[in-house]
Design a protein around this ligand. Structure first.
Ligand SMILES: CC(C)(COP(=O)(O)OP(=O)(O)OC[C@H]1O[C@@H](n2cnc3c(N)ncnc32)[C@H](O)[C@@H]1OP(=O)(O)O)[C@@H](O)C(=O)NCCC(=O)NCCS
Length: 255
């Protein structure tokens, strides 16, 4: 199968809460999902999932009983709200793509926890949350993985890389100065998570199955074990334009 050139056309951002926060609607506050990118085979949305007053009316009623129970198990109200808003947005967007009402969506769960849509293996989606944002990707062509991470400056990224990354990734990061290293660390991290989430496998067990090379032109991945080789060769990876302070990556799995 020929993939053709892969281009992520990030839609010009309107003056939204994400681009130019207004006092009454700062970055990440609850609001409608905003489409931030379109490729020839995937659409991406960002959703603000923070709201001091809890979920706006009507959001909870979109969730299944299981999801409501899960929401009620969160210890902190902020986490409960974020979960409810992210799930409601996911149901709304997947519902639009599938032609179903959000509250009628029935999710299935893959062996390692990846949600799918019951009866629609052709409709691929994935969600990631970090801080005040959720990132949602939907593809009608290939299994998709997305990852968004809030960038934390006070972390020992080299220690994390030594433990979780491949040797060449660690060596690459070690040679960078601190600001460049932090940026590169998050690019590699979100890339690894997005790829593994596209394949729907467990993160911890497969992190070292491939290494990520950051190049002038983007990102290349190099298998380090036979595990994913054929599919990895067909995997598309793109960094995503997310608001300042976050890093994000999209991956579309090879078939
Ligand atoms: C989900 C996971 C892949 C990454 O987690 P994270 O970076 O903390 O979280 P993110 O916000 O980026 O992604 C979480 C979302 O990804 C989805 N997800 C969960 N498991 C997934 C998987 N294996 N692959 C792809 N997506 C997954 C879910 O929609 C989840 O959101 P939800 O909990 O609100 O439904 C991680 O939890 C993981 O490794 N799960 C696998 C667990 C595992 O290996 N279990 C062993 C079973 S034997």
């Amino acid at each position: 199968m020929s993939l053709g050139p892969f281009k992520i056309a990030v839609a010009p951002m309107r003056e939204t809460a994400f681009q130019k926060p207004a006092p009454q609607c700062p970055l990440g506050l609850a609001g409608p999902a905003q489409r931030i990118g379109t490729t020839d085979s995937a659409n991406l949305w960002l959703v603000g999932v923070s709201n001091e007053d809890g979920p706006p009316p009507g959001q909870m009623s979109l969730l299944s009983q299981d999801e409501r129970d899960r929401a009620d198990r969160f210890h902190f109200a902020v986490d409960r709200t974020r979960f409810i808003l992210a799930r409601a947005a996911l149901r709304t967007l997947v519902g639009q793509a599938a032609g179903q009402a959000p509250e009628e969506i029935e999710f299935s769960t893959g062996p390692y926890g990846k949600p799918g849509l019951k009866g629609r293996p052709d409709l691929h989606f994935n969600v990631s949350h970090s801080g005040a944002l959720a990132l949602i990707g939907i593809s009608s062509e290939r299994p998709i993985g997305v990852d968004i991470e809030i960038i934390r400056e006070n972390m020992d990224e080299l220690a994390l890389a030594r433990t979780f990354f491949c040797e060449d990734e660690f060596a690459f990061l070690s040679a960078l100065d601190a600001p460049a290293r932090l940026r590169a660390f998050y690019k590699i991290w979100t890339c690894k998570e997005a790829v593994l989430k596209a394949f729907g496998v467990g993160i911890s067990t497969n992190l070292k199955d491939f290494s990520v090379e950051l190049t002038q032109d983007g990102v290349k991945i190099h298998p380090t074990s036979a595990c994913f080789t054929p599919a990895l060769a067909m995997t598309r990876i793109e960094p995503i334009e997310v608001p300042a302070g976050y890093a994000g990556t999209l991956a579309l799995a090879g078939l």
